[in-house]
Design a protein around this ligand. Structure first.
Ligand SMILES: Cc1cc2nc3c(=O)[nH]c(=O)nc-3n(C[C@H](O)[C@H](O)[C@H](O)COP(=O)(O)O)c2cc1C
Length: 208
C-alpha cells in the first residue's frame, strides 16, 4: 500500500512532536521526544543534537520508528529518563502509540539553523529518511505545537488590560517567544492568529 503521512494529519513543510524509538547494537530500546518535519507523503526530516542516544542509535542502525502519541507521561518519562523496556513492542514501536511509522535513513548531514537559539556550529545532524511502513492503531493526528501557543497567548491577551505594567511586560515577553515558535512550526491559521493578536497589542501602544 502507498504510504501517505497525511492519513495521520502530517502536512508537507510542517513540524510535529513525536516520540522516536531506536535501538543500540545490544538491542536495548530507547525513546525520546523529537520533532519531525514532514517533507513529502513518505519522507521526513529530523534535526537531532549530538550527544543523544537517539542520534547515536540512528547513526549505527540507520533505521528508527516515529510514534504518534498524546500521552504526557510518555513525553515526560522519555525526556527525563528512558522508558522501561516493556513499553516497547518487538518491532521497536511503543505499545501505547496511536500510530507509528518505520523509517530508513537516506542521508545524514551536519547542520545548524541560523534562527535557532542554540548557535554552536556542528552540534546537530539533519537526517533525511524514507518511510517504509505506516501503522494506524486508532484515528489520530500528529501533534503540532502551534495551536497550544495560540490558545495560551489568547488567554494572556484576555487578561492584558487587567494587570499592571510589570505583568504586561511579562505577557509581551511570552508573546514574542510564542510568536517565534508558531512562525517556525505552526499552521498558516496559527500564524495568522498570532498576527491578529500582535496588531491588537500594537493598537494598545505596545511593541510585541
Ligand atoms: C517536545 C520535544 C521535542 C524535542 N525535539 C527534539 C529534536 O527535534 N531534536 C533534538 O535533538 N532533541 C529534541 N528534544 C530533546 C530530546 O528529546 C532530549 O534531548 C532527550 O533527552 C534525548 O534523549 P536520548 O538521549 O534518550 O535520545 C525534544 C524534546 C521535547 C520535549
Amino acid at each position: 500500500m502507498k504510504i501517505d503521512l497525511s492519513l495521520i494529519g502530517m502536512e508537507k513543510g510542517r513540524q510535529y512532536e513525536t516520540i522516536i524509538t531506536t535501538k543500540n547494537d545490544e538491542n536495548l530500546k530507547n525513546a525520546a521526544p523529537i520533532g519531525v518535519i514532514c517533507s513529502g507523503p513518505d519522507t521526513i526530516l529530523n534535526r537531532i543534537f549530538k550527544g543523544s542516544h537517539t542520534l547515536e542509535n540512528i547513526i549505527s542502525q540507520r533505521e528508527f520508528v516515529v510514534n504518534i502519541t498524546h500521552d504526557p507521561e510518555i513525553f515526560t518519562a522519555s525526556t527525563l529518563g528512558n522508558l522501561p523496556q516493556d513499553y516497547f513492542n518487538d518491532d521497536l514501536s511503543l505499545k501505547c502509540a496511536d500510530a507509528y511509522f518505520k523509517c530508513e535513513v537516506e542521508s545524514l548531514k551536519e547542520a545548524v539553523k541560523q534562527s535557532d537559539p542554540i548557535k554552536k556550529k556542528d552540534e546537530a545532524i539533519v537526517i533525511k529518511s524514507k518511510v517504509t511502513e505506516l501503522v494506524i492503531n486508532k484515528n489520530t493526528k500528529a501533534m503540532n505545537r502551534g495551536f497550544g501557543y495560540v490558545v495560551e497567548t489568547l488567554s494572556n491577551f484576555s487578561r492584558f488590560d487587567l494587570v499592571g505594567e510589570e505583568q504586561k511586560q511579562e505577557y509581551l515577553k511570552r508573546f514574542r517567544e510564542a510568536n517565534r515558535v508558531v512562525k517556525k512550526v505552526g499552521y498558516i491559521e496559527d500564524i495568522q492568529a498570532m498576527d491578529k493578536i500582535k496588531e491588537e497589542l500594537i493598537k494598545k501602544g505596545y511593541e510585541p
